[in-house]
Design a protein around this ligand. Sequence first.
Ligand code: FAD
Ligand code: SF4
Ligand code: SF4
Length: 383
Amino acid sequence: MVATEPQAEKKERWTFSWKHLYDEVVTTGLCTGCAGCVVVCPHDVLSYDDQNGVYKPWQNEAEYGGPADCSHGDKACTTCTRACPRFRTWETEIDNFMFGREREADEHSGIYKDVLLARAADPELHENGQDGGLVSAILVYALEHDMIDAALVSYLEGDGSTWKAIPGIARTREEVIASAGSRYTYSANTMAYMDLDKEEQRIALVGMSCQSSSPPAMKARKAGKAARRISLNIGLLCSKTFDDAIFEELFEAKYGLKKSEMRKMNIKGVFQIWMKNGDYHEVPLKECHAWTREGCKMCPDFAAEHADISTGGIGAFNDWTLTVVRTDTGRELMQRMIDDGWIETRPGDDDPGAIALMHKLAAKSRKRWPEFAVDAPRRLTKD
Ligand SMILES: Cc1cc2nc3c(=O)[nH]c(=O)nc-3n(C[C@H](O)[C@H](O)[C@H](O)COP(=O)(O)OP(=O)(O)OC[C@H]3O[C@@H](n4cnc5c(N)ncnc54)[C@H](O)[C@@H]3O)c2cc1C
Ligand code: SF4
Ligand code: SF4
């Protein structure tokens, strides 16, 4: 008998193109509209529809094959599927890439190093921030200490009176402050990548949970230069965003609240709305559910599980940001900001209820991941 060398385990070739993405993600309800596929497409044949609440990618080669087909896919271009944080075994692949292991079933909020409460020491950043102004402080610190060249964030369109959230780039303290606070409709901040200058190579992304899984998907599956440029990934905890139509169809139609007269909004158990004339209103969340954006209905990620730093506003302390540090990059940055007096922190244990609530909401979101897709994002312990 002839002895044979054991065969090296063969890695399956990545052959999946737009056709697969379209059939398995875009048209099945899994697509969040994160725009990862659009920004990495090297042939510019993917566009993004953010009108009338659509928030989906589409294939713009009018002469070729129809919406499900892309001529470059025939030549084995696979870039879009590599960037998609909902394609096939995305969660396990990214967990392995970022943390060197799959998560345990009880890690509903993903794998992390530290949980703490944080807020900006600078009163202007704190004041303008939604919660503790941590995200704004991080961006200003990283810009002013030459750690990043630009950040992909969200602004309001025009003078803000339409409340249409749009992606944009922040390069200065003033721009970071202009983009601070939360809007509860969708803004695919990733799309602002298309407007970066060539020499801007160190980029921070601020994004909803779904968007913050896109850079590590790109890195894990080698989707090209966008993967290398996004060097800091800040996630926002999120259970849903609302259709833009909620302003007219609920807030105005039922409560007479015109969006042009709104000043600020927040969600703390109810939808809170502050008007420019000083009035304050609360709208029960159960009335808002009918306007949940399509792309959120199957989303399993509440806790921005693949960001360097994930941030949220739940808990007992309104003016602090609940902060989940997941990576060495995130931990080193937080430590530098603490040492330099840019942020104040307190232990997460000061508010155990906030952490318990995060895990509970994360478990709830995981139950939304559908049976027809791979099972990992549905994995849960029974509580
Ligand atoms: C749609 C949405 C839903 C959220 N849901 C929850 C939740 O259920 N539970 C929870 O604990 N926290 C939630 N958050 C996070 C929370 O509202 C704060 O964003 C977070 O605590 C950071 O606060 P901060 O003061 O540190 O951030 P800030 O310093 O105010 O910075 C906020 C950053 O978020 C960006 N941003 C604002 N709106 C959007 C948007 N629509 N899309 C993308 N980026 C945006 C801004 O451009 C800015 O860079 C949600 C945020 C958003 C935008
Ligand atoms: S989830 Fe994101 S990357 Fe995937 S198809 Fe939708 S927009 Fe593209
Ligand atoms: S629930 Fe939040 S994180 Fe999930 S798809 Fe919707 S916006 Fe993205």
